[in-house]
Design a protein around this ligand. Structure first.
Ligand SMILES: C[S@@+](CC[C@H](N)C(=O)[O-])C[C@H]1O[C@@H](n2cnc3c(N)ncnc32)[C@H](O)[C@@H]1O
Length: 356
């Protein structure tokens, strides 16, 4: 199994790649503006990419990012993303990592300018704007503003409903309950002792409500012991604040507290889903002497696991050193990478030698 760099007849190379079993990535040398036009309609499940940033870095072959006016940069990117919309399946997703730039001290808000082009003019639906917290900042000698530590990753879909999204594939595994001194204790230490005491001492619950609360608490602990509920919190009238609001118009929970005197918050048995803030250290190990803008493999895991079916195809139209494709292969998905630079594609190929 080897990786291939295709330099012409992209359409037939793509069709052949899609029809075969092997998942080693297909590399395409060319300008994304032209290569994408050769890909068939609705053929890609998931796009994950990071285009050159405006005015920041010069790559081998110039092109996108070197426009004098940032508005031309936004327009050029939007043209490419419109073509992407054609090649993405109706159930597909587009994840875009894009950095911001300053001009005459003014932060331009480029990511959002691009996002609004896509939602307002091209009809994409924006599902998340993820903050990639890089945890540590790069060198910054400015003395009149804060250092920049995050970038944005947008998740767009072609249609607002019915797109592929496997939330269970990205949940963090729930920690198991344990038994301490013969009593079940949830992963976060809930044993029911404190709730039982609160019910007992409550002046806000009637005797009948107290009996019902004890019974419900025992039933909930039995669910935890049986592994059907990962964890829980109990909200008791007069003890804990009602979720969202105490006002019944705002919170259905408030009604439950008024009528019954208590309710439970259950943790999902399959674990928590990730939030839209990701703490991921930037990639320092990927040959930064040769390519200055590779992103970490971990950045691609959630997009691929959640929005590319196992038998699907991932595309990165600005693939650079092939990080997206590397992640796709390790997660068992086919992938196609386009880059204008042969040097970067060869560097990308090198990364796969150990995997293939
Ligand atoms: C930010 S880097 C991508 C880095 C990549 N995510 C990685 O981890 O290595 C952007 C890439 O876009 C490529 N590029 C610039 N203009 C292009 C174009 N018009 N078509 C295809 N690739 C282009 C550059 O050569 C560069 O490798």
């Amino acid at each position: 199994m080897t990786t291939l760099i295709v330099t012409e007849n992209f359409q037939s190379a793509f069709e052949q790649y899609i029809s075969q079993d092997q998942i080693a990535p297909l590399f395409v040398l060319g300008d994304a503006r032209f290569v994408l036009k050769e890909l068939p309609d609705s053929s890609i499940d998931c796009v994950m990419t990071s285009p050159p940033y405006w005015g920041k870095r010069e790559y081998e072959h110039g092109g996108i990012g070197l426009e004098k006016d940032y508005r031309d940069y936004v327009r050029h990117l939007a043209e490419i993303f419109l073509e992407l919309k054609r090649v993405v399946k109706p159930t597909g997703s587009f994840w875009l990592n894009i950095g911001d730039s300053y001009q005459r001290k003014n932060l331009l808000g480029i990511p959002w300018r691009v996002a609004f082009e896509l939602t307002d003019k091209q009809g994409w639906t924006l599902r998340n704007a993820v903050v990639w917290n890089k945890v540590k900042s790069g060198m910054d000698n400015t003395t009149d503003r804060l250092s920049n530590r995050y970038e944005l990753i947008f998740h767009f879909v072609k249609q607002p409903k019915g797109y592929y999204y496997n939330v269970d594939a990205i949940r963090s595994k729930p920690r198991a309950a344990k038994v301490v001194n013969g009593a079940v204790v949830s992963a976060t230490g809930v044993s029911g002792v404190r709730y039982r005491r609160q019910i007992e001492l409550s002046t806000a619950l009637s005797e009948q409500e107290k009996a019902a609360a004890y019974e419900a608490l025992d039933a909930m602990l039995a669910e935890v012991a049986a592994g059907r509920v990962a964890d829980f919190r109990m909200i008791i009238r007069g003890q804990q604040r009602t979720t969202h609001s105490d006002r019944e118009k705002v919170s259905g929970r408030a009604k439950e507290v008024r009528e019954k005197g208590f309710y439970f918050l259950r943790y999902h048995p399959k674990g928590c889903k990730p939030s839209d803030v990701w703490d991921i250290l930037p990639e320092d190990t990927q040959r930064r002497d040769l390519h200055f803008a590779s992103y970490p493999v971990d950045l691609c895991r959630i997009p691929i696991l959640a929005t590319c079916p196992p038998e699907g195809v991932v595309l990165d139209p600005f693939c650079g050193t092939g990080t997206t494709l590397y992640a796709a292969l390790t997660l068992g998905r086919k992938s196609v990478g386009i880059d204008i630079s042969r040097k970067y594609l060869e560097l990308a190929q090198e990364r796969f030698i150990t995997l293939l």
